[in-house]
Design a protein around this ligand. Structure first.
Ligand code: C2E
Ligand code: CA
Ligand code: CA
Length: 740
């Protein structure tokens, strides 16, 4: 996951989510405030409405109670007394009860009397109110009928009759009134209604500014306004609509609502800001933490991804990525037709460096080697580390020539010395190349072919490269078959020993070298140079080695005067109980170790470890002498000769073969002989085939020799015969002996 993807996939959605959540919270809060307000306003409105209705009802009730009065019935119904009406109705309603107008209607609902603010006025003033009062009057008349006639009531015998009234709000000439029509009734029954219909007193209480102010004060209503015209409340105004008895809208009252939500907002507004800030800070912290976490995840994911595809030590692509790229190159090859070359590279002697200096130096070498080899590749090539010392390259747009050129560059680069912490080291590398012609090949198969070629390159000589050829597969098959045949041969004791005599110029035959022989049931004689390495690889060398030692020990008993040289493989020497088993064997067979010379190669000395030292010393203490075989082909380091308890060096055949061919070979041999003498070591030349070689060696100071010139390897019986024949004869005579 890249940072851009992270931004798109993570940060923006998170940021949006935060903003959205905050928005939602704010919107939710506002909606809640609104809801609070709406509920509070509704409650306020209903409280105010009830209060107003109650106030209207109270005034009506008071008016009605005033006319339940025997005296009123007497003076208004029996015979209308204008002076009484003025004094009692006009003044009481106008002055005491605060009604602006009041009218007295007779049984026929005609106005008999009118008063304005407690003062009598012309009864015709009723006309302005008639329209609004008429419906109330007829309601009262209906209730009067419902009540029924009042009969001769005994004073105090009956309870006071209930007031009969109807009331409503009304707009009269642009003024708002509470109109009440109340039936005049007896209270104690001293006077009874004259007829079926009693007079009615209509009173009008003006809802004026004074009324509103008192009302607003009582109900704490700021900005209370009366609207006689249709009005639409806005903002935070609350409203109560007043209807008349016919259900028509007459007026409305509005005031500023005391919304609790807004009040909370107002009161808590300042407290809310820090809460919001805290919330925002929380969101920011959460965002930062998650961002850091996500970045950490990305980094570790990238690291994990890198590790999954790269080698930790060198940073090169690993096996997984290698196969990925190889597969890709092969599919590109199908389209473009370009050739792909697969190189398999092995660092020679890495194991020796590890053994000698430790794994940290081995790692240093691998890193440096990787850097050096990577420098030889093009950027389009994939250079990978597959395992310990195994590297591979996918070379695109290749050809046999380009493949060889790259391999040559690699071996050349690796042949240069490495300056490591402990000092200068020479290693080199071997390369196997597979030129892929078939794009449908499986990537692992392409690598296997390169690996087979590498194996061949290593076998041929170190520091070489080799192309894969089909016949190598056949050889590998043979090799596998030989492995199992070897096991069987060991179980059946199918191996024999041949002995190649060694001669001294003056002393004649002084020793023999034991050489193992295997006559394969179907393949015939197979060279030990071929099967010994196989035995080493498949772990059979210890068993095979012990067999050789046993046979050589047994045969040696026949030649008490001869030194018997026995080849011991490096792998064999590294086995822990080697010395113990050898000692055991000498005792079992009853031989003297002084009669034996163990031939070892330089490889075993490379490790320079204490264990090898002690083991070789131990063998020497026991009486075995040690010869360094194939001298001159490996490191040929003087320091080994000084440090290890070596008795003899065996000049490799290749030097002898060059005698008389290359001018300097004689000088080299002379130098080796001088060196041996200086170090007090014996020296023997092997592979001596001609008299000329014999003479040149003698001239160079080498007097011990071994080779076909004297004798090929022969069986033990032939050695017996040779001993008896050559005891007095010249060395050359041995050449006619039988071979094995
Ligand atoms: P090596 O130890 O260098 O043995 C000498 C090899 O040179 C022998 O080959 C021998 O037959 C051959 N040789 C001797 N004289 C001449 C000559 O004049 N000209 C030529 N061209 N060759 C000559 P061989 O017996 O095939 O052994 C090959 C290698 O196999 C040996 O090389 C040795 O490394 C290994 N080997 C042989 N026997 C044993 C054994 O018993 N144990 C172990 N560990 N390795 C053995
Ligand atoms: Ca040898
Ligand atoms: Ca040799």
């Amino acid at each position: 996951m890249t940072r851009t993807v992270l931004k798109a996939d993570f940060f923006w959605p998170l940021a949006l989510l935060c903003v959205f959540t905050l928005g939602l919270l704010a919107a939710g809060g506002l909606a809640l405030v609104e809801e609070f307000d709406r509920a509070a306003t509704q409650r306020e409105e209903s409280v105010v409405e009830n209060g107003l209705l109650e106030r209207i009802h109270d005034s009506a009730w008071h008016a009605a109670q005033e006319v339940v009065w025997d005296s009123a019935l007497k003076h208004l119904d029996d015979h209308f007394d204008a002076a009484w009406a003025s004094q009692n109705i006009g003044v009481i309603f106008g002055k005491s009860l605060g009604f602006e107008k009041c009218f007295v209607l007779d049984a026929e609902n005609r106005p008999l009397f009118a008063a304005d603010a407690g003062l009598e006025v012309d009864a015709h003033n009723y006309e302005a109110f008639r329209r609004e009062a008429e419906s109330l009057v007829s309601l009262v008349r209906g209730l009067e009928i419902e009540r029924g006639p009042i009969h001769n009531a005994q004073s105090g015998a009956n309870p006071l009759p209930k007031p009969v009234l109807a009331n409503s709000v009304a707009n009269v000439s642009g003024r708002l009134y509470v109109l009440t029509a109340a039936l005049v009734q007896p209270d104690f029954g001293s006077v009874l209604p004259r007829g079926p219909r009693a007079p009615i007193v209509v009173s009008a209480l003006r809802i004026d500014q004074g009324f509103l102010s008192a009302f607003a004060e009582r109900f704490l209503l700021p900005g209370l306004v009366l609207h006689l015209e249709p009005y639409r409340p806005h903002g935070d105004e609350a409203e109560v609509v007043l209807h008349n008895d016919r259900g028509e809208r007459v007026a409305s009252l509005t005031w500023v609502a005391q919304g609790s939500g807004k009040m909370i907002m107002r009161r808590l507004g300042w407290a809310f800001i820090p809460v919001l800030l805290c919330l925002a800070a929380g969101v920011l912290i959460l965002y930062r933490r998650s961002r850091r976490m996500a970045l950490g995840l990305i980094t570790s994911e990238a690291r994990a991804a890198h590790l999954a595809y790269h080698d930790a030590l060198t940073g090169l692509p690993n096996r997984v990525l290698f196969f990925d790229r190889l597969g890709l190159s092969l599919s590109q090859m199908q389209r473009s037709g370009e050739v792909v070359a697969v190189h398999c590279i092995d660092i020679d002697r890495l194991k020796d460096v590890n053994d000698t200096f430790g794994h940290h130096v081995g790692d240093e070498l691998i890193r440096e080697a990787a850097r050096r080899m990577a420098g030889q590749c093009r950027s389009s090539d994939t250079f990978a580390r597959l395992s310990g010392d195994e590297f591979a390259i996918v070379q695109t747009r290749a050809s046999a020539g380009a493949g060889a050129a790259l391999a040559a560059r690699l071996t050349e680069a690796m042949a240069q010395p490495f300056e490591l912490t402990p000092g200068r080291v020479f290693v080199g590398c071997s390369v196997g190349i597979s030129i892929v012609a078939d794009p449908h090949i499986d990537p692992p198969e392409a690598l296997r072919q390169a690996d087979v070629a590498l194996y061949r390159a290593k076998q041929t000589a170190k520091g070489q490269f080799c192309f894969f050829e089909q016949e190598m597969d056949a050889q590998i098959k043979i090799r596998r078959g030989l492995e199992s045949d070897l096991r069987e041969a060991l179980a059946n004791n199918d191996f024999t020993l041949a002995y190649q005599p060694q001669f001294h110029n003056d002393e004649g035959m002084t020793g023999v070298e034991a050489l193992v022989r295997w006559c394969h049931p179907t393949r015939g004689n197979i060279s030990p140079a071929f099967f010994v390495p196989i035995a080493e690889e498949c772990g059979l060398i210890m068993e095979l080695g012990m067999f050789i030692l046993r046979r050589a020990f047994e045969d040696s008993k026949r030649w008490s005067r001869l030194k018997v040289a026995i080849n011991v493989s490096a792998k064999q020497l590294r086995m822990r109980d080697f010395v113990a088993r050898v000692v055991e064997l000498t005792q079992e067979i009853g031989v003297d170790p002084h009669q034996f010379e163990l031939e070892i190669t330089e490889g075993i000395l490379l490790g320079d470890d204490l264990e090898t030292h002690e083991m070789l010393e131990e063998l020497r203490r026991l009486g075995f002498s040690l010869a360094l075989d194939d001298f001159g082909t490996g490191y040929s380091s003087l320091s080994y000769l000084q440090r290890y308890p070596i008795d003899k060096i065996k000049i490799d055949r290749s030097f002898i073969a060059n005698l008389g061919v290359e001018a300097e070979s004689e000088a080299v041999i002379a130098a080796i002989v001088k060196l041996a003498q200086a170090l007090n070591l014996s020296v023997i030349a092997e592979g001596v085939e001609t008299i000329d070689q014999h003479e040149r060696l003698s001239m160079a100071g080498c007097r011990d020799m071994q080779g076909y010139l004297f004798s090929k390897p022969i069986d033990a019986v032939a050695v017996d015969a040779l001993i008896s024949r050559t005891s007095d004869a010249a060395p050359q005579a041995a050449n006619e002996s039988m071979t094995a």
